[in-house]
Design a protein around this ligand. Structure first.
Ligand code: ARG
Length: 416
C-alpha cells in the first residue's frame, strides 16, 4: 500500500526551539539566583535574649536598680567583654549590638540578662546562633580580670523583633533604633524620630507651651513656671513624637504637683511633676529617660544635649520639628562671674551652653530635658530648662534645674 511520506511534518522551527530553551533556562536562572540571594546573601536581622551568672559577688540589692553605680559598673564590664569577644571573632561582620538589660542578684551571685542583635543570611541562621553561643561560652570560661563567670549557666534563645524592642523600650534612657551616627551636628538641628523618646510637649488649650520629660509610664517632670497661666489640669494636654502639630499620642493631665518652695517670678525650685490620667504605652518613639542618683555628678565640660520646640531665636519663630542642640556643662563659679549671672546661680541650678553664646535653649523650651549619655549610651536627665537672659547671648548660657538636687523630692511625689 502506498503511503505518502510526509517529510515536512509540522515540526517546530529551530528558532522557536532555541527561544523555548532560552526561556526555560532564563526562568530557572532567575529562580536560582533569587533563592541564592535570599538564603545565602541577603542578611536578615536576628534578636536573642540570654542570661548567665557572675559568681562571687556579695548580695547587694543595688544591682537590681537600673541607675545604681553597682549596676552600671558591672554592666559596663560585661558589655565590654561581649563587644570584645564578638568583634574579635569570625562573625564580627554579623555582630550588630549587645547589651546588659537587667541584673538580678541572689546569694553570692548576680544573673545578667542580655540582649543581642546579629545579621546573617537565612541559610546561616543556625550556624550563626551556634557560633554566638560558643563565643559567649568561651568568654564566660575565660577568667581574666576580676570576675568569675559561670559558663555552664549560659542560656540563649531567639526572640522576635517586637519582643526585643519591648525589652529596650521598657528600660530607661535607651534608644530602640541603633544608628552609627551619633550627634555630630553643631548648633540646633532637627531631631530624628525616636532619638529623644522621653521629650513631651505640654500644651495649653492644644498649643505647645512648654517641654517636659517622661520619667515613668505615668509621670513627667517639667518646670514650675510652666503653670503660671493656669494650674487647672483640665487646661493641659501632653503629646509625644517629633512633630508638635498634629500631636502624636495625646494624653490628659490628672494632677500637677508644683514644688512647694517655688515662688512665681523667682527662679529657685522651678520644678513640677505632672501625673497623666492614663498610662503611656511605650514604643520605639515614646519611652522614659533615666533619673540620675542624687549622688551622681556631671562635671563641667561634659557634653549634654538640650531638646525642645522652643523659639529658634529670641522672640523669633517656632519650629514644627523637635530641635536638638549639643551644649556643655559650665561650672557654677564661671556662671556666677560678674560678666555672666553675677551670683544668681544657686547650687540647685546648673549652667549649660557656651560662654561665647550661640547655641542655647530659648523661649518655649522651658520644662524640657537636658540629657547626658553615660559611657553605655544610656541617657540621664541632668537638667530642666528653666531660665536665661534672652537666648544664645555671650556670657549668658542657659540655666537649668539641677535634677540631682531634687532627686528625693521627685521620689517623694512619684515613688520613682
Ligand atoms: N523661661 C523660658 C521659657 O519659659 C526658657 C528660658 C531658657 N532660656 C535660655 N536662654 N536658655 O521657655
Amino acid at each position: 500500500m502506498y503511503r505518502p511520506v510526509t517529510t515536512s511534518r509540522t515540526s517546530l522551527s529551530p528558532w522557536i526551539i532555541a527561544f523555548i530553551v532560552f526561556g526555560v533556562f532564563g526562568v530557572l536562572g532567575i529562580t536560582i539566583g533569587l533563592l541564592v540571594h535570599f538564603l545565602a546573601v541577603e542578611n536578615t536581622v536576628y534578636y536573642y535574649q540570654g542570661s548567665f551568672k557572675v559568681l562571687d559577688t556579695p548580695y547587694n540589692t543595688n544591682y537590681e536598680r537600673e541607675t545604681s553605680s553597682e549596676n552600671n559598673y558591672l554592666s559596663k564590664i560585661l558589655e565590654t567583654k561581649m563587644v570584645d569577644a564578638f568583634q574579635s571573632s569570625s562573625i564580627y561582620r554579623q555582630y550588630i549590638n549587645s547589651q546588659v538589660i537587667t541584673l538580678v542578684p541572689d546569694n553570692n551571685s548576680v544573673t545578667a540578662h542580655i540582649w543581642l542583635i546579629f545579621k546573617a543570611p537565612r541559610s546561616m541562621k543556625e550556624p550563626t546562633r551556634r557560633k554566638i553561643e560558643s563565643i559567649l561560652h568561651q568568654m564566660l570560661s575565660n577568667h581574666s580580670g576580676s570576675l568569675t563567670t559561670d559558663s555552664k549557666s549560659l542560656r540563649l534563645v531567639e526572640i522576635s523583633k517586637v519582643n526585643a524592642e519591648k525589652m529596650i523600650n521598657n528600660r530607661c534612657g535607651r534608644r530602640a533604633r541603633m544608628s552609627a551616627t551619633f550627634d555630630r551636628v553643631k548648633g540646633g538641628s532637627s531631631a530624628r524620630e525616636g532619638d529623644w523618646p522621653w521629650q513631651a510637649s505640654l500644651k495649653i488649650n492644644g498649643r505647645h507651651y512648654c517641654g517636659a520629660s517622661l520619667i515613668s509610664d505615668r509621670y513627667l517632670v517639667t518646670a514650675a513656671h510652666c503653670f503660671r497661666k493656669t494650674q487647672n489640669p483640665k487646661n493641659y494636654t501632653v503629646s509625644f513624637g517629633t512633630k508638635v502639630t498634629p500631636p502624636y499620642m495625646r494624653h490628659y493631665v490628672q494632677q500637677i504637683i508644683i514644688h512647694e518652695d517655688y515662688i512665681v517670678g523667682e527662679h529657685h525650685d522651678d520644678i513640677a511633676v505632672v501625673m497623666l490620667t492614663e498610662k503611656v504605652i511605650f514604643n520605639n518613639d515614646v519611652h522614659r529617660v533615666c533619673l540620675p542618683e542624687a549622688t551622681q555628678s556631671f562635671p563641667p565640660g561634659e557634653g549634654v544635649v538640650v531638646t525642645g520646640w522652643g523659639a529658634l531665636s529670641y522672640n523669633g519663630e517656632y519650629p514644627v520639628l523637635l530641635q536638638k542642640a549639643p551644649v556643655k556643662i559650665i561650672d557654677t563659679n564661671t556662671c556666677n562671674s560678674r560678666e555672666a549671672y553675677n551670683g544668681a546661680i544657686q547650687d540647685t541650678m546648673l549652667c549649660a551652653g557656651y560662654i561665647e553664646g550661640n547655641i542655647d535653649a530659648c523661649q518655649g523650651d522651658s520644662g524640657g530635658p537636658l540629657v547626658h549619655p553615660n559611657s553605655r549610651y544610656i541617657w540621664f536627665l541632668v537638667g530642666i530648662v528653666s531660665w536665661g537672659a534672652e537666648c544664645g547671648k555671650v556670657n549668658k548660657p542657659g540655666v537649668y534645674v539641677r535634677v540631682t538636687a531634687y532627686r528625693s523630692w521627685i521620689a517623694s511625689k512619684t515613688g520613682i
